[in-house]
Design a protein around this ligand. Sequence first.
Ligand code: ADP
Ligand code: MG
Length: 628
Amino acid sequence: MTNKESLRRHLLQLDNRGYKAYKDIQGNYDFSEFRLIIDYVQGDPFASPSKFRVRVPPNIAQIPRELFNSRSREIALRDYLTRQFDKAAHSISSKRGTGKSGLIAVTRLGQEVLERTSAFITPPTPPYQGGEKISISPPYQGGEKISISPPYQGGEKISIFPPYQGGEKISISPPYQGGELGGVELRFIVGLPAGGRSILGRQAAEMLCEDIPQIVSQSLEYANLNAAECRRHVETVEDADWLRQQLAENGLVAFVADGSILPRRTGVDNSPLLNNAVAFQSPPSLKVEFNCPNRGRISGMGIPAGITLIVGGGYHGKSTLLRAIELGVYNRIPGDGREFVVTNPAAVKIRAEDGRSVAGVDISPFINHLPQGRDTAQFYTENASGSTSQAANIIEALEVERMPVLLVDEDTAATNFMIRDRRMQELIAKDKEPITPFIDKVRQLYADYGVSTILVMGGSGDYFDVADTVIALDNFQAYNVTKKAKEIAKNYSISRAAEGGENFGKITQRVPVPASLDPSRGRRNVRVKVRDVDELAFGTEEIDLGAVEQIVDSGQLRAIAAAMVYAKQQYMDGKRTLSEIIDLVMADIDARGMDILSPFPEGDFAMFRGLELAAAINRLRSLSVVAK
Ligand code: ADP
Ligand code: MG
C-alpha cells in the first residue's frame, strides 16, 4: 500500500498521457486520516465514472455508538452519512475538463431512507476485536497458547496451534458488544479529469489529494457534523419503524399521523408542498395514539384491516392520500411531511397495466372463458388488456406474499375489472362476460386469505356494500362516513347479483424455466443496465417497470437487476417455485447484505422488497413457467 504523497506524485507524472494510463492508479492508499481505495478506473472521460471508496477508522470518524446500536438506527445513519457526503461533494467538486471530469458523487438520493450500499458503519457488529476471552468447550488441553491471527474481524477464520482436536464448537465469550465508536466506509464515483482524452494530472492530484480529504472531513467525521440533525434523522427512522411494527397487533394496515403533509410540490418534485398544504387530521372515530420510543406521543388515523374505501369529489386529495400510504412501506427523511405515514410492509399497489406480458399466471379467480378458448389457469400473453393485467398483478402479489395489502386507485384501475353494475348484468349475461369484477372478490380475499384492500373509489357507490370502513375526503379533510354509506347501501339497494362464487379460488404457484431468464444475451457476460427508475435492460430485453409504482429509487432497480442474476445463478433449478426462489434470495440478502449481489463493492444498490423483485421477473417477456 502506498500513501497520499506517492499517489500525488504518480498523478502528476501521468499528466498529458493518454487516458488509459489512469488504470495504474487502481489500488489502496494510506491517507493517514483514512484509506482511499480505487476499485475501478474508467476507460475514458465519457464512460461510466470510476469507483472509489474511503474507509475512515473509528478513532477518526468517532461516530457515537448510540447512533447505530439498532438495525433501524444503523440504516438511518448510513443514509444520513451518504447524504452528508453527497452535500459536501456537491459544494466542493467542480467540472474539471471533458465528459465527467471533476465529478465526485454518490448514488442519487430521494425522499426515502433506504438501506444502501453507499455507506457502512465499521466495524460491523458483532466482530471480535481482540481482548475478549475465547472459551473452548471442552476445555482445550493443548497447553499451548491460542493465537488468533489475523485479528478476528468477524467472518475471518480463527486458527489454533496446535490444531484443536476436540471437534466442538468454539464460542467467543462474552459476546462482542462493539467499541464505543464507529468508523465509516463510503462508496462514491469519480470522473477522473481529462482535457480531450489526455490526463489532467494536476487537476487529478487536486481532486484526489485535496478535495476528497476535505469532503471526508466535512461529512464523515462526527465532530464536523450537525449532531442534532443527525440524531433527528436516526430517531425519526427508528420511530417510523417502530410504528410500522405496531400496526398488525393493533388490527391496522396503515397509520397516517396528524399533522402530516401529504401533497408534493409538483408532479415531478417529491419534496413537500409548502404553500397552502392542508395538514392531515384524523377523523375522531378513527383516531389512534401511540407512544413512540423517541418522539413520544403521536396520534393519527388508523386504517383498520378489512376493506377500506376512500371516497370524495374529484381533486379533493384521494390519490395523494393513497400515494402516501403506498410509500408508507418505506421510511422518509425528516421534513418530508410523510415521516409518520406507515403502512403494512406487504402493501402492494395494484393497477391496470395494459401491454405488459404475462407468463402462465392463473388468473382464473377473476377471468374465465376468454374468446377462442384461451386458458386463464395458465394465462400467457404478450399484450395484456387492462383487466387481465390488473388480475395478473393481484395474483402475482398473492403468489409471493402470503398476506399482501392491496392498494387500488380508480385513476389507474380498469373500470370493467372493478365494477359490473346491475344494468350491465341484465344486458350482458354472466356467461358472456369473462371477468368476475373485483367487487365480487374483494370480501373473499379478506375472508379466505386475510388480504385487506384500500381502495380509492369516487365514481361508484356499489362498493358501499362490501366496505368495512369508508373515509371521505372533502377539501383535503378526512371524515369517517362509514355509517352513512352503510345506511345508503341499505336504503338504495342496487340489487345486483353477486358473481364471485363461494370462494376466492386457489393461488397456483409457478416454477420458472431457468433457460427463459438469460442475462448474458447468449454470450458469457451478464448485461444488466438501469435507466432511471422504470427501465431495466436484462440480457437482450428491456423490462418496463414504469407501472411498478413502489420502485422509487434507481438504486433499487440496480439491486433488483443484480438479484435477478443472482436468483438465476443460485436458485433457479426448474423445480423451485418463483416464491421459493424470491424467499431464498431475500433471506441471503438479509443474512449477508446486498454485497452478495455483485462481485465488486457496489455503491449504488438500494434495498427492495421481494414483491418488486418478483415484479421485475414477471415482466420479463422471455419468461416461461410450468405450474407447480
Ligand atoms: P383526487 O385523487 O381526489 O382527484 P388528488 O389527490 O389528485 O385528488 O389531489 C388533487 C390536487 O390537490 C393535487 O394537485 C394535490 O397535490 C393537491 N392536494 C392533495 N392533498 C392536498 C392537501 N392536503 N393540501 C393541499 N393540496 C393538496
Ligand atoms: Mg385521484
